[in-house]
Design a protein around this ligand. Sequence first.
Ligand code: GDP
Length: 298
Amino acid sequence: MFENLSERLSGVFERLTKQGALSEEDVKTALREVRVALLEADVSLPVARDFVKAVQEKATGQAVTKSVTPGQQVVKIVHDELRHVLAGDDDAPGELKIDNPPAPILMVGLQGSGKTTTTGKLAKRLKEKHGKRVLMASLDIYRPAAMDQLAVLGAQIGVDTLPIVKGQSAVDIAKRAKQQATMGGYDVYLLDTAGRLHIDDTLMGEVEAVRNVVSPRETLLVVDGLTGQDAVNVAENFDEKIGISGVVLTRMDGDGRGGAALSMRAVTGKPIKFVGLGEKMDALETFEPDRIAGRILG
Ligand code: GDP
């Protein structure tokens, strides 16, 4: 996921840690290389610039350049700053607000982003790791195949899906899901909304109407991590129009450059809560900033 970036950075830091003493100029040169590596990983320009500036401010003080292991100190500062750019001050970005049952979770995103697959993965996780009773409902009235797809996933993972009733609007289905979740004693219900190829007013209007009916505890945007900065733009757009509580980055098992993960939190202010790492139903991990920062720095 971050192989290229990781390789580039380890080259820079190897040179830095090999040197005994470090001048401010050495640090500056290294950070210029870090900046280029970040941009090549498709990290947005302002994020890369702020990142390097923050590291520079902390790394050019007397304490670092005069210390016994200045190179390692710089690496530590980069690690901490990476963690910060990945997750801000959040300690546990993967946590969901699902107390007070039944807790509605709204799944939104563009078509093909992996929304339905992620809905299934999340339902499985809530059931197996958190012992929750989960109900899933598809609100995709435009693609009957999408409704069937969720029902098939439900059967596969042993999670109930709301029976399909033809001719209902998305809002009607959401109301029915809420009722069934309440009457049936479910802890959580996941609403898989319709996706479009592009963000449009109809899509947003519909999601907004559903949101007003169920008052979701979490509104999770599913975006394709391979699309880099586009994923960040989509997140900004959805957040502006309907408000999201977090992001799930899918296809992080692919050979994407990872820039979406690095820019998302800083640009949108919203946490990445989960990453999708494959097509299988258990290929979903909570987003762990420390582990990812560690992976990037090798
Ligand atoms: P939707 O239109 O947003 O509901 O997208 P789907 O859930 O139908 O997913 C589209 C395709 O992406 C399917 O073939 C999924 O198996 C695949 N997919 C979803 N998430 C991931 C992921 O994290 N990694 C990989 N490699 N494929 C994924």
